[in-house]
Write a protein that binds this ligand. Structure first.
Ligand SMILES: Nc1nc2c(ncn2[C@@H]2O[C@H](COP(=O)(O)OP(=O)(O)OP(=O)(O)O)[C@@H](O)[C@H]2O)c(=O)[nH]1
Ligand SMILES: [Mg+2]
Length: 309
């Protein structure tokens, strides 16, 4: 996808979240002859209602206040400009994602485990990731570790075909056995990237959560230090519940990144900002639709710009 198309997609995708946050801010600011404490309190309420969470909202308003009171120009545009700058600072960029394995790793295969609650968008995201990395010249294999439902397996197969990746599947086996086979094949045939799709699970299902340990164990036994990445896939509609999912899954799995999907259909995209500002984990990718190209690397300043556009 071209850069321009990507930005357009991002702007369009964030339209409901923009209405929920930025349009409301504009309305409040425009109504006021001057920006005073009360107006800023109103803005803070909007931010909290827009899923930024109390702590980030307070910080953002406090920083905006100090910046604003140094200024002569307190026009709507200027206020929005300052909010945007301060927000970008608060969700400052983290390390980008690289599909290459660290040089010191003996085995040069990148293993990415994809986990999350039911229906969050794992399988779809795996298809999109495979497509992206195949286009970048990588040899990609996918392991179907969701062996509980035949339909899940078929859905993954469709995505694998679309992306042009290879697949290891066997619904008669348990998830760890499929993972084992996938990694053996990846080692034998010199794949660059392994993506593991898993079944959706809720944190209160202890057995399924512990199964993640087993999968991680199998991977680590075959390639010491792997998996390189464990991505938690969160539905953008979850709002504040996204934070809860992150906290619960990190108890069982060492997470290395978050992917937030379905931002195209939700007004609750503000939670992305809260995670980016407050949680000690990078947001790696965002999902902006059901198409194979509708996945973007998360870029904090692009995200804020698109939100305020
Ligand atoms: N609009 C939109 N829909 C998405 C996005 N990502 C996934 N979906 C849709 O969300 C639904 C669930 O996606 P799946 O990929 O099956 O989710 P999953 O996490 O694999 O689900 P389980 O395996 O059942 O836990 C599907 O209808 C997808 O098309 C996105 O970024 N935008
Ligand atoms: Mg799935």
């Amino acid at each position: 996808m071209k850069l321009f198309d990507g930005l357009k997609k991002l702007k369009e995708g964030l339209s409901k979240t923009r209405e929920n946050i930025v349009s409301k801010i504009s309305e409040v600011v425009t109504r006021k002859a001057q920006i005073d404490e009360n107006t800023l309190d109103e803005l803070e309420e909007i931010l909290i209602g827009g899923d930024l969470g109390t702590s980030l909202s307070e910080k953002l308003i406090a920083n905006t206040k100090s910046a604003l009171f140094k200024e002569q120009d307190r026009s709507v545009d200027r206020v929005k400009e300052i909010l945007k700058d301060e927000l970008t600072k608060l969700i400052a960029p983290r390390n980008g994602f690289s599909v290459d394995t660290p040089k010191e790793n003996a085995v040069k295969i990148k293993i990415i485990l994809v986990i999350g609650v039911n229906g969050s968008g794992k399988t779809t995201t795996i298809g999109k990731l495979a497509y992206k990395f195949i286009n970048e010249g990588k040899k990609v294999i996918i392991g179907s570790a969701d062996t509980f439902r035949a339909a899940a397996n078929d859905q993954l197969k469709t995505w694998v075909n679309r992306a042009g990746a290879d697949l290891i599947e066997d619904i008669s086996k348990d998830p760890s056995a499929v993972v084992y086979e996938t990694i053996q094949k990846a080692k034998a045939d010199n794949y660059d990237l392994v993506l593991i799709d898993t079944a959706g699970r809720l944190h209160n299902n202890k057995n399924l959560m512990l199964e993640l340990n087993k999968i991680n164990g199998v991977i680590g036994n075959l390639i010491p230090g792997a998996p390189d990445e464990s991505f938690l896939v969160v539905d953008g509609n979850s709002g504040q519940n996204a934070i809860k999912q992150y906290e619960e899954f990190s108890k069982y799995s060492k997470l290395s990144g978050i992917i937030i999907t379905k931002l195209d259909g939700t007004a609750k995209g503000g939670s992305v900002l809260q995670i980016a500002a407050e949680k000690n984990i990078p947001i790696r990718f965002i999902g902006l639709g059901e198409g194979i190209e509708d996945l973007q690397e998360f870029n904090p300043s692009e995200f804020v710009n698109a939100l305020f556009s």
